[in-house]
Design a binder for this molecule. Structure first.
Ligand code: TXA
Ligand code: MG
Length: 340
């Protein structure tokens, strides 16, 4: 039986200790971070880590991120940190940021899917921080969702998928950012974004003076990819889904109208809410990308519950946080993307 700990108002110290012990004992604990919820296990215990892959139904060639509470944990896990990597960590940790570093032997092979690197993240969330610190071990954690479902950002969605599959679920309220961390690897001295997120290319350029986007952020990845996660179908609703975008709102409205069929559900901006004769879920204002990022994954799940024949999603401009939003939405729509 899964225990649910409610830390939405405050952290209960006894329950925190129990959750930390559960991690140490090799069990799975779902915990909040500022990006999305994570399904965590002791990163140094390969048997515990195996259970993450089972609970999620995750392919075992897709590596996990290792979460630390403070920098003192780092030297035991990774090696040969360059100046650029240090600068990135100083600037963006703790925060919605993951850095791929050369791993040490102590990281089990299943955590890193046999790569010689490991993703390191220091969440900026008090519950996550205290859980890692109290357990005294780094925590390997992918997003808390069944493989091919949107990442879990709301406790009810998480309970639906993981009740009685994990030892403890810690409720920390809705995830603040709502999209997973920016994943960066320094390649030939240039920070390269493998997965876009709340930390944008502009943020990174400001610190390092350069930043590249990986090739496969908006297209389907084939063959060798920089990050195994790019290969997998992600965040897909059960129903057919089209993503549309135009800089001109008039063209955008036309595009949506052209594609509507019977039983279409639209996910889009509050500005366009009353323009159509279909079920409409608003993700917030066009001009507030933080709000859209916060809402989008739970809306994809909600859309599915209506069982429409078609979901049309209004896209956003691929700029700043919009890059991350569009990266997720293009995948959700299985690359059915129309731009005018
Ligand atoms: O915000 C987040 O990052 C959340 C929270 C829980 O921290 N975690 C998360 O983990 O999104 P996950 O496992 O769902 O996504 C990890 C991504 C995958 O796309 C994976 O392929 C990539 O990071 N990744 C992990 N280790 C890697 C490595 N060594 N080299 C390249 N990519 C890596
Ligand atoms: Mg994930």
């Amino acid at each position: 039986m899964t225990k649910i700990f409610d830390f939405t108002k405050n952290i209960n110290e006894n329950e925190l200790k129990e959750a930390a012990k559960s991690i140490k004992d090799g069990n799975l604990v779902i915990f909040p971070t500022e990006t999305v919820y994570g399904i965590g296990a002791n990163a140094l215990n390969s048997k515990a880590v195996d259970n993450i892959f089972v609970a999620k139904g995750r392919a075992n060639d897709n590596p996990l991120i290792v979460h630390i509470s403070d920098f003192y944990m780092l030297d035991n896990l990774v090696q040969n940190i360059s100046d650029i990597e240090r600068k990135l960590m100083d600037a963006f940790m703790p925060g919605p940021f993951t850095l791929i570093l050369k791993k040490r032997e102590i990281i089990p092979d299943n955590v890193s899917a046999n790569l010689d690197t490991v993703g390191i993240r220091m969440p900026n969330n008090k519950i996550a921080h205290d859980l890692i610190e109290t357990s005294g071990v780094p925590i390997a954690a992918p997003s808390a969702n069944l493989s091919s479902k949107p990442s879990g950002t709301k406790i009810d969605d998480i309970k639906d998928e993981f009740l009685n599959k994990v030892d403890i679920i810690i409720d920390g309220g809705d995830s603040f950012v709502g999209l997973e961390s920016t994943v960066v690897k320094v390649i030939d001295n240039i920070p390269t974004i493998l997965r876009p997120g709340k930390i944008t290319p502009e943020d990174i350029t400001e610190i390092i003076g350069s930043c590249k986007l990986s090739n496969n952020l908006f297209t389907k990845a084939d063959g060798i990819v920089e990050s195994p996660g790019m290969k997998y179908k992600h965040y897909a609703p059960n129903n057919k889904c089209i993503l549309v975008y135009s800089d001109s709102n008039n063209l955008l409205l036309e595009l949506i109208k052209e594609n509507i069929i019977d039983n279409t559900l639209i996910i889009g901006s509050v500005e366009n809410k009353d323009k159509f004769n279909c079920k409409y879920l608003s993700y917030g204002s066009k001009v507030n990308l933080d709000e859209i990022s916060h809402n989008i994954f739970s809306l994809l799940r909600e859309a599915d519950r209506y069982n429409p024949d078609l979901i049309i999603i209004e896209g956003v401009k691929k700029e700043g946080l919009g890059i991350a939003i569009m990266n997720r939405l293009i995948r959700a729509s299985s690359y059915n993307y129309i731009e005018k």
